[in-house]
Design a protein. Structure first.
Length: 224
């Protein structure tokens, strides 16, 4: 663990998260090329590149308009998260949804903020608003069997870096407990747990969405 901690001590949280998300996207492209995922590597690449551009330029505009400093890595992280939860585009029309989600995510950092700190996870609030307003929801396609090992390994490094292990553990245990209870009434505990662990974005939500430093509790008592 000393080698791991030395590595984590020499990298920022934002940079670690960028690498983590980038590896997930790269792995998805490789798996798509091999036929293990239903999305082509080109579709994943173009969606990711487009989101990176839209989030970056939108962040520039809002930072200038609100006359506030911005962290470029933050907008890139938001773009990569959106790329992993919004289905890669199958047509030109799909980019309308992608553009709206990117714009809402970045603008929420500045509009839905208190003392210049956003109060909602940007990617989460964006897909929530598009689902309510336009009836288009994120698919959370990152929650696939082939990406689960990468999500867990990278996620464990992330939570060790930002000291959110207990909070993530409580979240995952609570989610699995709820799954077991529901599955008992539906008569399929095994399949319910299997779906929750290897066919859902449970770990991605816990490691990435839940742990965002600005919108998650920093004190240990508040994380329980």
């Amino acid at each position: 663990m000393r080698l791991v901690d030395d590595f984590l001590d020499n990298i920022t949280m934002y940079r670690l998260l960028l690498y983590y998300l980038g590896v997930l996207i790269a792995a998805a492209m490789v798996l798509g090329a091999l036929g293990y995922m239903p999305y082509s590597p080109l579709a994943i690449f173009f969606e990711t590149a487009y989101l990176l551009f839209v989030c970056w330029i939108t962040n520039k505009v809002f930072a200038h308009g609100f006359d506030t400093p911005s962290n470029p890595e933050s907008s890139l992280i938001t773009a990569l998260i959106l790329a992993l939860i919004i289905t890669p585009p199958a047509s030109v029309q799909s980019f309308e949804f992608i553009t709206a989600a990117a714009g809402l995510a970045i603008s929420s950092k500045y509009i839905l903020a208190i003392r210049r700190q956003h109060v909602f996870n940007p990617a989460a609030i964006a897909v929530t608003l598009t689902a309510i307003g336009a009836g288009q929801a994120a698919s959370w396609w990152v929650g696939t069997t082939w990406l689960v090992p990468i999500a867990i390994i990278g996620g464990l490094l992330l939570v060790r870096k930002i000291q959110r292990g207990q909070m993530v553990t409580v979240f995952i245990v609570a989610a699995l407990a709820a799954t077991i209870i529901v599955s008992i009434f539906q008569g399929g505990v095994g399949s319910g747990l299997s779906n929750a662990i290897v066919h859902s974005p449970l770990f991605f939500m816990g490691f990435v969405m839940l742990t965002e430093p600005l919108t998650s509790p920093s004190r240990l008592k508040q994380q329980r």
